[in-house]
Design a protein around this ligand. Structure first.
Ligand SMILES: Nc1nc2c(ncn2[C@@H]2O[C@H](COP(=O)(O)OP(=O)(O)O)[C@@H](O)[C@H]2O)c(=O)[nH]1
Ligand SMILES: [Mg+2]
Length: 333
């Protein structure tokens, strides 16, 4: 699902030059016995220059090919790519690598023409060396771009593997209200942990199998648990990327306040998330097993009387919640 996982590590310029010249030095061509020595020498030098250029041309184009087409990326991955490496930069560097591959071919062609016109083996060897020198210094100038692309590859391959086309529920709410507990309880298998760009955030991805359908459920520790106004631009961009995969948000409040946050703060976060994401939201009240009745009533006044009341830890209210998921996705499909 992560479109960047299959890109192979990208070497730096020195390594590419090294590999290309090593391949060329091993090139073997079959030459007719009776060919005059000068022609033999020229053919050999030509084959080596050709090999260097073809090797680099193929490798550079292969790097470009391995990256997904940026314009075809799902908006979720596109936004995260932009956060991590900059979409414009990535496009620019990939295009410039493709251009560089063509330039290398042109340099080689120029020198091959001169090798063919050489009057003695020394002259042919000198031309081959001149081609090597030019290609090497040209590739060295690409080093910064190669390093950028390798850095991009290693960052992007760590993006979470989420299927953007699968119905997806995102769990939000202040810390310690019971989000991870809920995801654990409703997931059919043990949820997987994936890294999320910026600081040390992770995403926890569970799957719910229901009537032959599969839904993704995402726990987003540290992402949707405090007011968005407190976030810097990069954090906000990474958080808002979630809107491209979320079909439904489950917001949890904890009227027992054992989470460590006042109910008022929790409810104001609810309003903040509701306002910021234009996505259907199901409010839930968790920890009903330890919440005083007057706090429960207060929470209901804000989020609505038909709110789902749960104790995720005890499995209370889970059936009702899953039934809500089912009817939501039934209606929206
Ligand atoms: N009493 C009670 N405790 C719960 C319930 N759900 C979660 N907890 C506890 O609340 C704490 C925080 O839960 P966790 O799922 O890690 O919260 P998160 O930070 O929102 O992911 C843990 O100690 C859970 O065991 C519940 O329904 N009732
Ligand atoms: Mg958690």
């Amino acid at each position: 699902m992560n479109p960047f996982t299959r890109i192979k590590p990208i070497q730096d310029a020195d390594k590419f030059i090294d590999m290309a010249f090593r391949r060329a030095s091993k090139v073997e061509i079959s030459l007719p016995q009776k060919l005059p020595p000068l022609l033999k020498a020229k053919r050999r030098e030509e084959a080596r220059v050709r090999k260097v250029a073809q090797f680099l041309y193929a490798r550079f184009n292969n790097i470009v090919k391995q990256f997904p087409k940026i314009n075809d990326l799902h908006p979720f991955y596109r936004d995260l790519t932009d956060v991590l490496v900059g979409v414009d930069n990535l496009k620019k560097y990939l295009a410039s690598l493709r251009g560089a591959a063509r330039v290398i071919m042109k340099i080689a062609t120029e020198h091959i023409r001169r090798i063919r016109r050489a009057n003695d083996p020394n002259e042919a060897a000198k031309e081959r060396k001149a081609a090597y020198g030019r290609i090497a210094s040209f590739v060295k100038k690409l080093n910064e771009r190669l390093i950028f692309l390798e850095d991009a590859r290693s960052k992007l391959k760590r993006l979470p593997s989420i299927d953007p086309d699968m119905p997806t529920i995102v769990v939000a709410g202040p810390p310690n209200v019971g989000k991870s507990t809920l995801v654990r309880v409703v997931s059919t298998a043990k949820p997987e942990i994936a890294t999320y760009p910026f600081t040390t955030k992770t995403l926890i991805l569970g799957h719910i199998k229901l009537n032959g359908r599969v839904y993704q459920i995402l726990d987003t520790p540290g992402l949707l648990d405090r007011p968005l106004t407190e976030r810097n631009r990069i954090e906000l961009q990474a958080i808002m990327a979630l809107r491209h995969v979320a079909d439904l948000i489950v917001f949890m409040v904890d009227p027992s306040e054992t989470c460590g946050y006042s109910l008022d703060m929790q409810l104001s976060l609810y309003n903040d998330i509701k306002k910021s994401f234009n996505i259907p939201i199901i409010p839930t009240i968790n920890k009903v097993d330890v919440s005083p009745p007057e706090m429960l009533e207060k929470a209901k006044k804000v989020v609505g009387d038909d709110v789902i009341e749960m104790a995720a830890l005890k499995g209370i209210g889970i059936k009702e919640l899953i039934e809500k998921f089912r009817s939501f996705f039934e209606k929206s499909s």
